[in-house]
Ligand binder design. Structure first.
Ligand SMILES: Nc1ncnc2c1ncn2[C@@H]1O[C@H](COP(=O)(O)OP(=O)(O)OP(=O)(O)O)[C@@H](O)[C@H]1O
Ligand SMILES: [Mg+2]
Length: 727
């Protein structure tokens, strides 16, 4: 790529050249400029400026003056070169002209990329012949006819699928072939772009771009690699160079001395089937032409289509790259990320389950409130396949709340401004308190629920011991051997057949009775050591505090808990014993799972769409140790599999996703990954490597969303304020 004349340049020459814009150096009057292809392509960075026959000419000096903004001598030699060029009378081409070229000549989209002046960072009115895209510095003095242009042009260029001409002013750069050939194979692609110096700071790994084709299709791509290369052959790994650079007053690097290259990973081709048809995407199956402009994505629909993001659904956040929002020319300019919540392509994705994971304090609860609130709009209704009446119903949101934070959904976030609300409305973000929020409080001896976080109604309940009849695992402590567990089932089976009231106290008195012991041990129905082990583990003082307390049995208020359109929060923070907390959560979980799975389940559960939000999910769904724990997990995984049929959506929240059993993880379609710094946690999520590497660097509110049936994997930023109270 190094043009003739440059190869003989010495280090000193290059150095002087690099700093020319900062030094007042007498320059010779310009010769009539002969423009070569190399000059045109490299814009203001042309090496021909220092070629022997064209040293640092007046045109170049003018160019540098404009770059540096410094006034140089009033020597006539420094007059703008175009005045001396034998070109047709120039008119001023404004930005509008560039965007709205008239006539077929201007539509001919020269692959020299006529936005070269913009590429070099010179955003200004460019004197040029009318109806031409040629900026003065690339306008060849000797060409007055377009046929004579040395570059390929697009005939009848159609300016884009959105009807508007590509905004050349905004181009990041052009597609090049000088470094690597342009190439696409079924499995890989090499598309290298030269990025203009003025735009380099805007480009990040992951930046989305479009590259237009001549027939209106567009390549939608993502920057997958960035690279600086020397523009001139100099040895910059030297002591003298390093000292000079370190001593430089301003920026030690002159962008014009380097090529800044962006390798584009094609994501898809955007096209319309018919001129007026909907924007669609297909596999990237063609390469862009050399010298085509690389443009930022300015149309929201193009980004959404390019990344396969639904245009509506449950709002999760805004598309971002490296923590910066992707902005378009649409109104609003941000790109909302929605989760499909209708039946247009199968079932709403909440019934394929969601996982929110992030280390402590990364904003899981904040984000969860913002997302869960979205499901609680009056118009959000789901159908139940097996329900007797076919009407669609609002979901019931059941939240297991270990830190007493979710009953605040009953309260507005008073810090929201009218502006915030207006923005939310413009992107269909539901906001504001949900009046139907209720707190269901388990009565536990010696523990009091403070209930001071919100004014939501509180309803007390107790768990009747009879519930254990079909859920023996609830009192089977971890560490119980398989033999003990089998023995416990025998004891419970017999007890529930007896006529004594089925309370916990009666059960304990029964098994502690010496007669009962000899009955089971002497008949060899339960081994002696197992029997004693069972009694020791089951007669834990924890259980006596929670079963059969003085409150309504939960079985009597099922209709009150599982009600369409209601949020039922189960706070557990006020309970000091983790075993009791787990018991309560597991009770609610198994009520939901059993009744959803059983054909004869309770109507209130079976016929209500339920979204079960489980904070600290790893506690309840951890990799099973012991047969009975495996049973619970497999039942839960079954329920997850049936989620779509039964309208049961799991919304799992955890800081330890690696602890959740694989059978459950496999059922989850949508993963929202906040900052995680534990390698085991990160690798358990199985996201592509390039995203995995970013997870430890995610800032608060920034997340990776992996939802294969919803969109391509992308990064999004959650809202920076909470749509309900979060304190
Ligand atoms: N997107 C955000 N923008 C601004 N502040 C946020 C955001 N997300 C969370 N926060 C703030 O960060 C703090 C921690 O958030 P949150 O309680 O949601 O974290 P968490 O992950 O649930 O923590 P824990 O592990 O303790 O449950 C809160 O004060 C919250 O207001
Ligand atoms: Mg939390």
């Amino acid at each position: 790529m190094t043009p003739g004349g440059v190869s003989s340049m010495t280090y000193e020459d290059a150095d002087i050249f690099a700093f020319i814009s900062k030094k007042s150096r007498p320059v010779s009057a310009p010769e009539k400029v002969t423009v070569s292809e190399n000059e045109t392509l490299s814009g203001g960075n042309s090496a021909s400026k220092i070629s022997p026959e064209n040293e640092i000419g007046g045109r170049e000096k003018e160019l540098f003056k404009e770059i540096s903004g410094s006034e140089e001598s009033s020597d006539p030699a420094t007059k703008p070169a175009f005045e001396e060029l034998p070109v047709p009378l120039p008119e001023t081409v404004t930005e509008t002209d560039i965007q709205n070229p008239s006539g077929s000549d201007s539509k001919a989209f020269s692959s020299t990329f006529s936005g070269a002046s913009e590429l070099s960072g010179l955003s200004r009115a460019v004197p040029a012949p009318a109806s031409s895209f040629y900026p003065e510095d690339s306008y060849p003095a000797d060409f007055s006819e377009k046929e004579e242009l040395p570059f390929e042009k697009f005939e009848d260029y159609d300016f884009g699928i959105s009807g508007a001409p590509p905004s050349l002013v905004e181009a990041f750069g052009i597609v090049t072939t000088g470094i690597e050939p342009l190439e696409i194979t079924p499995s890989a692609a090499t598309i290298t772009g030269y990025i203009a110096s003025a735009r380099r700071s805007e480009i990040r790994l992951g930046t989305y771009v479009v590259v237009p084709y001549e027939d209106g299709e567009k390549l939608f791509a993502r920057v997958g690699k960035l690279q600086y290369r020397q523009e001139f052959a100099v040895d910059d790994a030297t002591e003298i160079h390093s000292r000079r650079m370190l001593n430089a007053r301003a920026s030690p690097i002159n962008e014009a001395d380097y090529k800044f290259l962006a390798c584009l990973d094609p994501l898809c081709i955007l096209y319309r089937k018919k001129t007026e048809g909907a924007l669609t995407r297909r596999m990237a199956d063609r390469i862009p032409r050399p010298n085509t402009p690389i443009l930022p994505v300015t149309d929201r629909l193009e980004v959404q289509t390019g990344l396969n993001i639904p245009e509506e659904g449950v709002f999760l956040g805004h598309l971002s790259v490296g923590g910066e929002l992707v902005k378009t020319h649409s109104e609003p300019e941000t790109v909302a990320y929605y989760l499909r919540n209708d039946y247009s392509m199968g079932d709403p994705l909440i019934f394929r389950h969601m996982l929110i994971c992030g280390s402590t304090g990364t904003g899981k609860t904040f984000l969860s409130k913002n997302i869960l609130r979205q499901f609680m709009t009056e118009s959000n209704r789901y159908r139940l396949r097996n329900a007797s009446d076919k009407a669609r119903k609002n979901p019931c949101l059941v939240i297991m709340d270990p830190q007493d934070e979710y009953s605040q959904i009953f309260e507005d976030n008073e810090t929201l401004t009218d502006d915030d609300r207006f923005r939310f409305e413009s992107e269909n973000v539901a906001c504001g308190r949900v009046q139907s929020t209720k707190a269901f409080v388990a009565k536990v001896d010696g523990q009091k629920y403070p209930g001071d976080k919100s004014r939501a109604e509180q309803i007390e309940f107790t768990i009747p011991f009879s519930f254990v009849e079909h859920n023996s695992w609830l009192i089977a402590a971890t560490g119980m051997s398989e033999l003990q567990y089998i023995g416990l089932e025998v004891l419970l089976g017999d007890f529930f057949k007896s006529s004594v009231p089925h309370t916990y106290q009666n059960f304990i008195s029964h098994i502690e009775n010496e007669g009962t012991r000899s009955y089971y041990v002497d008949s060899n129905r339960i081994h002696e050591s197992s029997y004693d082990g069972i009694v020791r583990r089951v007669s834990s003082r924890f259980f006596s505090k929670v079963f059969d307390r003085d409150a309504t049995p939960i079985s009597d208020i099922v209709d009150k808990i599982f009600k369409p359109g209601q949020i039922s929060v189960f706070p557990t923070e006020y309970i000091s014993s983790p075993r009791i907390r787990d018991l309560i959560v597991l009770t609610i979980m198994s009520m939901i799972v059993d009744n959803k799975l059983n054909t004869t389940g309770i109507d209130a559960i079976k016929e209500t769409p339920i979204i079960l939000a489980l904070d600290e999910a790893h506690r309840y769904l951890s990799k099973a140790n012991g047969e009975h724990a495996r049973l619970i997990i497999s039942r839960f995984a079954d329920a997850a599999r049936q989620g779509r049929k039964e309208a049961l959506g799991l919304f799992l929240i955890t800081q330890d996703p690696q602890d959740i059993d694989d059978t459950v993880i496999k059922q989850i379609n949508t993963k929202l990954i906040l900052n995680l710094n534990n390698d085991a946690a990160i690798s358990s999520l199985k996201v592509p490597k390039e995203y995995e590497r970013r997870i430890p660097y995610l800032k608060k509110g920034q997340m990776i969303i992996h939802s294969p049936d919803n969109s391509d994997i992308v990064e999004i930023l959650g809202l920076s304020s909470c749509v309900v109270r979060h304190r």
